[in-house]
Design a binder for this molecule. Sequence first.
Ligand code: FAD
Length: 306
Amino acid sequence: MSIEQDIAIPGLRERAPIPTWFNIGGGADRTARPRTEQELRVCLSVDPELVVLGGGANLLVDDDGTDRLVVVLDSGVFVEKEIDEASGRVVAGAGCDFPRLLIESVRAGLSGLEGLGGIPGTVGGLVRMNAGGKFGSIADAVVRVNAMDRDGDRVVFERAEIPFSYRKSGLEEFVIISAEFGLTPCEPARARDRLKEVMRYKSQSQPMGADSAGCCFKNPTLASDVYDIGRAGETVPAGLLIDRAGCKGVAVGGATVSDRHANFIVTSPGATAGDVIALMDRVAEAVRERFGVELEREVVVWSRRA
Ligand SMILES: Cc1cc2nc3c(=O)[nH]c(=O)nc-3n(C[C@H](O)[C@H](O)[C@H](O)COP(=O)(O)OP(=O)(O)OC[C@H]3O[C@@H](n4cnc5c(N)ncnc54)[C@H](O)[C@@H]3O)c2cc1C
């Protein structure tokens, strides 16, 4: 008998579906639902290569699923939160729904997260991805992150120690447990108006109701001048390159490049993860051929270990 068989995995479910915003894709051989840090430690001892499921808003799971232990942090200490209106200190468990936290902060008259309006997911997912866009990134509001390393040891990262960069936190090897944000007390109406402005922009430029994972590719920084696109060193929208490469509306099976925003791939019922992966490859190839620019995926893809 292996050691693993002796350990009780908290909240174990076998052959469980993995809900993602693409609304398609494979499942998990096993999911766990730890409620405490000690239970999370147990999960890490069972599978140190486990993966954490947040809101599934930036995730594609290959059609034959994943054999890694998938940890869901939607209960216990992982969904606790504290909002201090007077100081602007907000502490939220990694599993807290981010859009809800944002609305609660705005109602409490705290400013600093409104630029992230319209970004679905959990606190842990947004920090891990350093989610953001035109109106700023979550890194702008982070003061401290509590995490666990793969040996089950607790690590506290102060903001200055976190190597945040474009859609990256540098915390990829860690399980994020909670994050602390430093927000600024203000008139609730002011924060609300700002949030409305951000949401208006999003709903005009993105297919928000469709099944997608938001932007599929990161905006590339050009290595050399590209005629009619930008100069060397400039970061340009991946959507612009995809559109100019003639990919809007291109489809593979049930996956289509959105007509509304070329960096969104939307899926229809019956689509497979394989369709989305094949379409991402086709789009990247079209951009490479047309402009000589390499697109890097923003969407995280889970597959089985070899
Ligand atoms: C309609 C739509 C609009 C979007 N707009 C934007 C946008 O404007 N800007 C933007 O940046 N993104 C955007 N996204 C993408 C997505 O919302 C973000 O990437 C978000 O950060 C994903 O969070 P999540 O909790 O859903 O993470 P998931 O998709 O569940 O996971 C993403 C990655 O984070 C890891 N992860 C999740 N939780 C933890 C944790 N606690 N500890 C360690 N790792 C963890 C996962 O293992 C995975 O590697 C959009 C998506 C959609 C569907």
